[in-house]
Design a protein. Sequence first.
Length: 260
Amino acid sequence: MPNIAYPQLSSGAMAQYPLRKRRVIQSSVNTFADGSMIVSNINANTQYVWELSYTDLTSVDQTALQNHFTACQGPLNPFIFIDPTANMLSNSSNLTLGAWTSQPLLSVTEGTIDPEGGTTAFTLVNSSPVDQQLSQTMLAPANYQYCFSLYAMAATPTSLRLGLNTQSQTYSLSSSWTRLINSVQLTDTEMSFSANIIVPAAQTVVVWGPQLEPQLSPSRYRATAASGGVYQNAHLLGNSLTFQSQALGLYSTTISIETT
């Protein structure tokens, strides 16, 4: 895993809008003597090219972006990039899969009615006399601003905790769906941290739509499958980084990034 990560702005966001994200699929092409071709997408390499435009950058943010460009030596060194438009969690739509780790006495059952009327919610049953948690480890900086959210309810009044590393918050649950939101500025130095759903002793809760984002508040829920919005092998495009002065202490620039 790279030890360099794309910097978060001092505003607590990863990017400014509008931004551009382009998908590039490299396919195999066989051309025959008669001019006919066979195009195959089997094992095609999919890449995303990002164009992030910034305006009104403070000198602090300008320095952070310049330092990142220098640390990466332009396009040479890989870095961790968090998709500012995506859910960072893997398998947010299936809490029974390998990306999630549950403690031994916490039962996770799928097929429960969700807030949209489907059956994609999950029932968490803690049969022990102590708290039990369901967690996912993120390979991303542990000193960024993050927002962890999910929808939850319970047949009888109880509580639920959402945690990022050791920082957690407790929420009261009722028989109505409520979106729980834990917005935290982490302060650790590692390149990994955990997102935790903590169920109190001897309690049963229903949850749906867990989402983790590198920002202050949640956006609409985006379900994920095998991979979330964290890229471990991103590269800068271009051999130079130029800033334009807009006013005293304010700058603009555009940065292009390639992720695989």
